[in-house]
Write a protein that binds this ligand. Sequence first.
Ligand SMILES: Nc1ncnc2c1ncn2[C@@H]1O[C@H](COP(=O)(O)OP(=O)(O)OP(=O)(O)O)[C@@H](O)[C@H]1O
Ligand SMILES: [Mg+2]
Length: 192
Amino acid sequence: MSTIIAVMSANDEVGKTISAINLGYALADNGGHVLLVDMDPKGTMTQTLGIKHNIGIPELIGNRLNDISIYIDDDYIVRHSKNIDCIPSSNKLSIIELLLAVDENIAKGTFHSLPGNYDYTIFDCQTGLSRLNSNIIDVADSLILPTLATIESMYYLQHMISVIGKLSQKRTNLHVNIDGILINKLDNYNKS
Ligand SMILES: Nc1ncnc2c1ncn2[C@@H]1O[C@H](COP(=O)(O)OP(=O)(O)OP(=O)(O)O)[C@@H](O)[C@H]1O
Ligand SMILES: [Mg+2]
């Protein structure tokens, strides 16, 4: 069984993507077999890893929405480097997200069918508290919440933690833990 880690935040540009990639590399360096999943329609993780592949997470969820049976193989998974594979994303994911209104659990079903033979599956989430992110919280074991050391970011973080707390009260099968609040882009130059 893969440990599922999601890197998530309610505000943008806090370093979710870079942290998800760095975490993946660190775990892979320690001998872990890692699957990176790009869950952002912007596809920043896919681009940063230099992946040029047309099929990925939007097609996986899209096929499931259309009742097309899927076997998650090399059509969807890109071998990136030793111990690191990736399921890429693209802007088609934003269309898929709109269609999730039909069945809000479709994405969760897709995540449950991801290969379990990885030590770690790391989701790079899009900014905010979207339906997709709620599906990811449903399947995740661990959440890492990057934030900035600003008042605005602290409000966003507080909001995110409160929503996760409410979800936990509503959904008794939720087993997610907040395992880290990562204060990123800290600049010491104001230190007196
Ligand atoms: N610790 C850091 N020091 C300097 N630059 C950083 C640091 N962390 C991230 N960045 C830079 O900040 C920008 C945003 O980072 P990143 O794309 O990882 O954030 P994000 O939260 O995933 O953004 P988005 O909301 O667009 O998904 C990038 O240019 C990245 O290189
Ligand atoms: Mg990002």
